[in-house]
Design a protein around this ligand. Sequence first.
Ligand code: NDP
Length: 308
Amino acid sequence: MSIAIAISNRSAKTLINALKKHLPGVEVKNWHEYQAHSDVEFGVCWQQPAQLWSHLPKLKVVSSLGAGVDGLIYDDKRPQTLNISRIVDPSLSEQMADFVLMSILNHQRNMAAYWQAQQARDWIFKRRKQDNKVTILGAGEIGLVVARKLHLNGYQVSTWSQTLKSANYIAQSFVGENQLVDSVKRAHFVVSILPATSQTNDLIDERVFCAMPKDGYFINVGRGNAVDEQALIKALEGNVIAGAALDVFKQEPLPSHHPFWDLPQLTVTPHVSAITDQQQVVEQIAENYQRFVQNKALINQVDVNKGY
Ligand code: NDP
């Protein structure tokens, strides 16, 4: 009756205390506090250290602390039979929807120019951009919440995904690789909320940027693997598109010498668009622990073959 926590880029204190409260009698500790080869079968991971799997080789089920599971799926040291679940949390989707709306509004209301003008004590005037067509690449749990929020704020939203979507807030649903370029042709804003899989590597490339309207704006809050970075730099430098906001990158933290830092049309944020609230997700992790113990199907289980 034990849970191992392997979270390396933030404190897991809140999660550990809350899990203990939800699961009295269950031992909940950081992975390295267990003796090597202990009988721990359930874990919670985020950027887990490589030694985890050899230290606790009996792990059978692991919950990702976030919505993304690429850090587990592409961890080649994990047991191949490991069951993986992930977080599906309305408050995470809401955070993302706020962030995307804010990024769109910042661009429409010329906020970068005003911040710059303030440094120079300059009083400038710029007109609001009225373009309102958005395409969301990746219309899953989070993408659909973002789509709905944008629709409620007056945007015309289309989606692109593997399977067809239908909702009163979706103007058009595009599907599959051969509709990708069509999906962005009229989009003033293209927002990627795609997971990192072998199929999404460098998917957003020159074809996509060249197909977007000249005043188009690109936002990536999914995963950095999906963007061909050289193609984006070329598109920004050549004014093929007007600008971009990136929250995720191929390499994180973004190296200090990376050209993205110096592009004036680009806003960089350090992977903060939606952050798991440990208190908020403890119930679903505890439920999965109980389901595992009772030999029941997990909630939010990931199809490892699909990759997300
Ligand atoms: P879901 O698995 O619910 O949705 C993924 C979406 O991507 C689905 O619509 C899926 O299509 C689509 N998709 C996947 N592969 C392809 C492909 N090859 N071609 C077309 N569409 C594809 O994930 P969530 O919405 O919960 O999360 C999405 C991603 O957001 C996470 O994987 C994570 O990487 C990222 N994220 C980033 C955060 C941040 O702070 N920056 C925070 C939280 C999440 P279909 O619906 O047809 O299956």
